[in-house]
Each structure stands twice: as C-alpha cells, then as structure tokens.
Write a protein that binds this ligand. Structure first.
Ligand SMILES: [Zn+2]
Length: 374
C-alpha cells in the first residue's frame, strides 16, 4: 500500500490507522465509515476502494487506483439515495450483481453513500447479503447517522470513525493547501466548523464566496424586511440553487465523452452511461443540498454570532470578518430571539432530509425567523 493513498484525508488519524491496519492484516467484508459530513468520509472510502481494487493493494498511481478514486472503476458500484431513500430495488440489484464475478479486479466493491437512507424493506434485504456475502464482495457503507440503521447491520460492519476536524488542523491544512493568511485560515476554519469539504470548496469557488456575502446580508436585513423583501430573498435563494444544479450537471456531462471513449464493448458502454446518469442525478441533488446548506449556515451563523456578541463573548464569533457589523446589529435584549432563529435554521436543515420542496421550506424558514425576531 502506498502511504500517499490517504493523504487527502485530513485530521483523521484514527480512521487512517484503522484502514491501514486492515489493509496490512487482510480485509473483512464490510466497513462502515461514520462521522459528521464534510470531514472526508467519501474521499477516504474511494481511497480505500482503490486499495481493495488495485493489484498492488493501493499503489495510488495505476489505472485501477485512478479509476476507483474517480468513482468509475468497473468493479466499484456506488449506491446513493434515489430522492431521499435507498429503496429495495437498488438493494435487490446489488444482491443479483454480487453473485457475478468481478470484471477486472479480484473483488467487487459496493460503496453505499448515505447508507442510513435505506428504508426498512431495503435494510432487511441488504442484511441478507451482508450476513452471507460471496467471497469476492466488499461493502463500504458511509453514513452521518448510524443510529438510523438497524443494529443488525451496524454490528456486522467494521466501524471506521471520523470526527470533526479541529479548528487548528483545519486552519493549518488550508494554509498549506492555499497559502492563505493566518487570519483568513482561522476565520474560514471557524466558519466551516470542521467541515473540510465546505472549506476547500469555499476557497476555490468565487460563487460560494459571493453566496456567503449575499446570505449574510440577507440575514442582516431580515429584521427590517417587509413581506415583499422576504419573498424576494427566497427568489434570490432559489436562483442560486438552480444555477448550482445546472453547473453540477454540466460537470458530469463534460466527462461523458471521455468516459465513453474508454469503454470498449456495448456492455461496458451501457454500464458507463448508467453510472453517469446516476451520478448526474446525485450531483444535482447534492448541489441543491449544498446550496441550501449555505443558506442555512449563513443565517444560523449570523444569528448565532449576534447571540454571542449580545452575550458579551466576541472572542468566539465565527464570522470574525463581520465583527464590526455584528457589534452594530447585536441587541442584548434580543438574545433569546437570536437563539430562536438559530433553532429555526436547525429545524429547516432537518426538514431537508425528507422530501420537501426547497422553495416551501426556505419560505417557511424566512417567515418563521422573522416571526421569532418580532
Ligand atoms: Zn494501484
């Protein structure tokens, strides 16, 4: 195994130690990557899949490694929620597929993202395969919410725990990666709250930086906004979400030709098409959720910081670059109202786990927050 395989996994020494040990000592058949979102679970899962599929057990540089890490190895099957759930149909497909021999590698790897989205029927069907898997099958389950999965599934997987990345490690990583100033790194590490994916994307994406400015100014304007302004805010949010979705789909489409060129026969072409269609769907939904997350993060962060300033604890403000505005706007008498707004944000985040209409949920959020501030 190459030592560089898990280099992209930052601030997760325990997870990397477990995976390295597993690769050295021989491999079980099911793993569960558990921890908060944005801390590198999927990236680590793809690196681990590469190690399982690579003839050199993860050299990090061969075609098998490259394809596995890009999620397009023919012996890597990725399962994601269709809408908000992983349905029994997807699990039945795995069960049929798992009986076949691998195409190229010695094993076939099933990567199940958001595994807790399995509904009860799907979980039951999955358990059957998990109990007696064919010898060439490996499962990697990734989840932020293992408690939502039946204990019978959890107990059959080797647990690989991921944790929030400490602000210090995250700041150091951002400094190494992007050469940002000490202040910028610390501010970003705090705002992202240990979410590496968010922090990285934020540095690289002008549109995310713009979105943050826009969302924070909306959050700041909310107390004085009338109904028309509130509705306009939601329109702006929806425009940004739709734009992000279109960008995400465009990225997948741009890779279609290249991937199809590589596919020789009709069967492989069909497989590539199917994989890309799934990915397109997945990326579209992920872009929507990421966009919603930005909005919620912005509003929750602003009112959390107002509460912090109102309570006289400026040193723990997240949006440190907005400290002057926060001082100007924070009113000690509104401390409870600020906290109520943060609760509305949390509730809205939770609602997005289920099949909610984005516009409805965001409208509801804005109106409820306004009510809390009156
Ligand atoms: Zn390799």
């Amino acid at each position: 195994m190459s030592t560089g395989l898990f280099d992209g996994v930052v601030g997760q020494p325990l997870a990397v130690a477990i995976l390295s040990s597993v690769l050295r000592k021989g491999v079980g058949h099911a793993y569960m990557f558990v921890g908060p979102r944005g801390v590198g679970k999927t990236e680590a899962a793809l690196a681990f899949a590469a190690a399982l599929l690579c003839p050199e057990r993860g050299c990090g540089c061969c075609e098998a490694c490259r394809r596995a890490r890009a999620g397009v190895h023919p012996d890597l099957v990725t399962i994601v929620p269709d809408g908000n759930f992983i349905h029994i149909g997807a699990i039945r497909e795995i069960n049929v597929d798992a009986a076949k021999r691998p195409y190229q590698a010695a094993v076939r790897v099933y990567l199940i993202l958001d595994a807790d989205a399995m509904n009860a029927a799907a979980a039951n069907a999955f358990l059957k395969t998990l109990e007696e898997p064919p010898g060439h099958v490996r499962f990697i389950l990734v989840t932020n919410n293992p408690e939502r999965l039946p204990q019978t599934i959890v107990s059959r997987c080797q647990r690989v725990p991921f944790s929030r990345i400490p602000v210090e490690s995250l700041a150091a990583h951002l400094r190494d990666l992007f050469g940002l100033s000490e202040d910028d790194c610390r501010a970003l590490a705090r705002v992202s709250q240990g979410d590496l994916r968010y922090a990285r994307e934020f540095v690289e994406s002008k549109s995310m930086q713009d979105a943050r400015v826009r969302v924070l100014s909306q959050a700041c304007a909310l107390p004085g906004a009338d109904f028309a302004r509130e509705t306009a805010m939601v329109d702006e949010m929806m425009d940004v979400l739709e734009e992000r979705q279109a960008q995400a789909v465009a990225v997948v489409e741009a890779s279609r030709e290249r991937e199809l060129e590589w596919a020789g026969d009709a069967r492989t072409r069909a497989w590539v098409e199917k994989t890309l269609n799934q990915r397109s769907k997945r990326e579209k939904r992920a872009a929507m959720l990421a966009g919603v997350d930005e909005v919620i993060r912005g509003f929750a962060g602003w009112y959390r910081d107002l509460a912090v300033v109102a309570a006289g604890a400026e040193e723990v403000v997240h949006n440190v670059d907005y400290l002057d505005d926060l001082r100007l706007n924070a009113m000690p008498g509104l401390l409870n109202a600020y906290l109520a707004v943060v609760s509305v944000a949390e509730r809205t985040r939770e609602r997005f786990r289920y099949n909610v209409d984005a516009r409805c949920a965001l409208e509801d959020m804005v109106f409820s927050m306004k009510e809390a501030l009156l």
